[in-house]
Design a protein around this ligand. Structure first.
Ligand code: OGA
Ligand code: MN
Length: 281
């Protein structure tokens, strides 16, 4: 059995994996299952200074599940997507400003795919200032509710849209842009996601637009309050990147965002996502 040596980074989310180098990632067949188990337990795994080559990152991600190829074409290696605000490296960079708000990847898919199970980022270039990635445990956020709150919130449903997340960073869009956003279908999700494991997590973040059947302002105020409670600093792990770090997070139980950085910064993360098979229900 493969045993990973991990050190918890905070009491609620994140752990550092030590003693794994990129050769072992490539050679150790049992590592995939061990990483998935540690990810379920910790939400975020940090591999410091791994300096994983893009092909090796994709090969490693294959041990975790099926690779998401829906964003291919922005990088020569299939399965790699560059996360950067530099338009010369990624033509759709403008959309990525939405990563500055708390979110869960894959809440507004093009059809009905479940959120990606895991997202992997490796730091190719880092920002001189800012640009940390912050993570909050959305299982712990649910667990912190009182029994009354659990009962009340278990029943709520929330509509998510690309428009909601884009409007936060672009409040005065052209009609053409709005039409483009609206071409993506909206999705109604329960506020509380009950997983096959029996665990429950909150489905919140930038894509959450309104609460079904609730007064618009009241519902949006509730969503803002719950997000605020879920992302209190003492519940957050903030990863300060060094070139060569690789970080994996579990979209089933983690909210994340990028801390602000200079839009002209060369910061570039190479991203691979692993498809999920758990519908939000
Ligand atoms: C992402 C994302 C955050 C970051 O790639 O899904 O949210 O810090 N990235 O770049
Ligand atoms: Mn993201």
């Amino acid at each position: 059995m493969t045993v990973l040596t991990i050190n918890k980074l905070t009491s609620s989310v994140g752990a550092e994996v030590v003693g794994v180098d990129s050769d072992r990632l490539a050679a150790d067949d049992a590592l995939g299952a061990a990483v998935l188990e540690a990810l379920e337990d910790n939400g975020v795994l940090v591999f410091p200074g791994l300096h994983l080559e893009p092909q090796a990152q994709v090969a490693f991600c294959r041990r975790l599940g099926e690779i998401d190829h829906s964003s291919d074409g922005h990088h020569p290696v299939a399965g790699i997507y560059p996360v950067t605000l530099d338009k010369s490296k990624n033509a759709s960079a403008a959309y990525l400003r939405a990563t500055f708000d708390w979110h869960i990847d894959g809440c507004t898919p093009t059809s009905d795919e479940p959120p990606q199970k895991a997202t992997v980022l490796s730091a190719k270039q880092v920002a001189e200032r800012g640009g940390e990635t912050e993570f909050a445990n959305s299982y712990a956020a649910y667990e912190a509710f009182s029994d009354d709150e659990k009962q009340r919130f278990d029943a709520l449903r929330v509509v998510h849209s690309l428009e909601a997340s884009q409007r936060r960073i672009n409040p005065d869009p052209s009609p053409e842009l709005v039409a483009k956003w609206r071409a993506r279908p909206t999705h109604e999700h329960p506020l509380v996601w009950t997983h096959r494991s029996g665990r429950k997590s909150l489905v919140l973040g930038a894509s959450a637009d309104y609460v079904v059947g609730m007064d618009l302002d009241e519902g949006q105020a509730l969503l803002a309050e719950l997000l605020d409670r879920a992302t209190q600093p003492d519940l957050v792990y903030s990863h300060k990147w060094s070139v060569g770090d690789t970080v994996i997070w579990d979209n089933n139980g983690v909210l994340h965002r990028a801390a602000p950085y200079d839009p002209d910064s060369p910061r570039e993360m190479l991203r691979t996502t692993v498809l999920g098979h758990e519908p939000i229900q």
